[in-house]
Design a protein around this ligand. Structure first.
Ligand code: IPD
Ligand code: CA
Ligand code: CA
Length: 265
């Protein structure tokens, strides 16, 4: 798997990951951005170093980052960065979080990198070249039916209708006799879990582009399917996400679309 953007994304993710790992070990003050949404110097410094690396390699490319970069998402060359996905885990000393970097061109994903600094795992994809975990090919498990699936879920910071809709959909899914539901706390890695075949599906009713911009390509290149929770193509904006092994997409879509939070329709 090769592309100039992939090399830059890997190098930038490594630098961001080093910062995040160091702060995890040393400890860092956690602040509240808005209700229930946490941030720390680890998030901010990681994004700074990543954006610097991208801009040095590709001056003129746009960067959309969670903490401090808000370039135009309609730019031809767009980099989408989550400098630390899973901040809540990070804050509670749970080593399950990642750095996510995607390169989109003309509104389509071209390359994606998700780096898990505490395990050293790399998930990568280049459009048309497949997806890999640690340089080994990745494939969803499309042989798994809904009643044999583990399903990943995420909650946005909202404690209102989005949360209630998610809880209702989880109940409905349990009643379809799936193997179980998991809430691991890092959407980027939840998408990777679909790509590796661990999850048959993952859904969340509200996510930002940095949460899924790399993972969407990794799932698709691993043979899976990604839409909104209403079955539509994913727009580059805050949106719902349903990612599956493909085989159970329509069945999970029936459940999650029926519980779709009204305010998000
Ligand atoms: C969050 C995580 C979480 C998801 C939230 C995201 P952050 O990202 O991906 O799993 O449920 O909706 O906001 O804030 O840790 O980068
Ligand atoms: Ca995130
Ligand atoms: Ca983040």
């Amino acid at each position: 798997m090769q592309s100039a953007e992939l090399s830059v994304a890997r190098e930038a993710a490594l630098k961001g990951g080093e910062i995040v790992r160091r702060y995890f070990h040393e400890g860092v003050e956690i602040r509240t951005k808005e209700s229930f949404n946490l941030v720390s110097d680890a998030d901010v410094e990681s994004e700074h170093v990543i954006a610097d690396s991208i801009r040095r390699a590709f001056p003129g490319h746009a960067v959309l980052g969670e903490e401090a970069h808000r370039d135009d998402v309609t730019s031809e060359h767009l980099w989408i960065v989550d400098p630390l996905d899973g901040t809540n885990n990070f804050a509670h000393k749970i080593p399950h979080f990642a750095v996510s970097i995607a390169y989109w061109r003309h509104g389509k994903p071209e390359c994606g990198v998700i780096y898990q600094p505490m395990t050293g795992d790399w998930f990568t994809a280049v459009r048309g070249q497949g997806a890999e975990k640690n340089d080994q090919p990745l494939r969803v498990d499309a042989t798994v039916g809904l009643n044999e699936s583990l399903i990943g879920v995420g909650f946005y910071y909202d404690r209102g209708s989005v949360m209630e809709a998610t809880l209702a959909a989880m109940g409905d899914l349990f009643r379809t006799h799936i193997h179980g539901i998991r809430r691991f706390g890092a959407a980027t890695l939840d998408l990777c879990a679909v790509a590796t075949g661990q999850f048959g599906a993952f859904f969340e009713y509200e996510l930002s582009p940095w949460d899924w911009a790399a993972g969407l390509l990794i799932v698709e290149e691993a043979g899976g399917r990604v839409t909104t929770c209403l079955g539509r193509p994913v727009p580059i904006e805050r949106t719902s996400i349903l990612a599956t092994n493909g085989a159970i997409h329509d069945q999970v879509l029936d459940v999650v679309s029926a519980r779709f939070p009204v305010q998000n329709a």
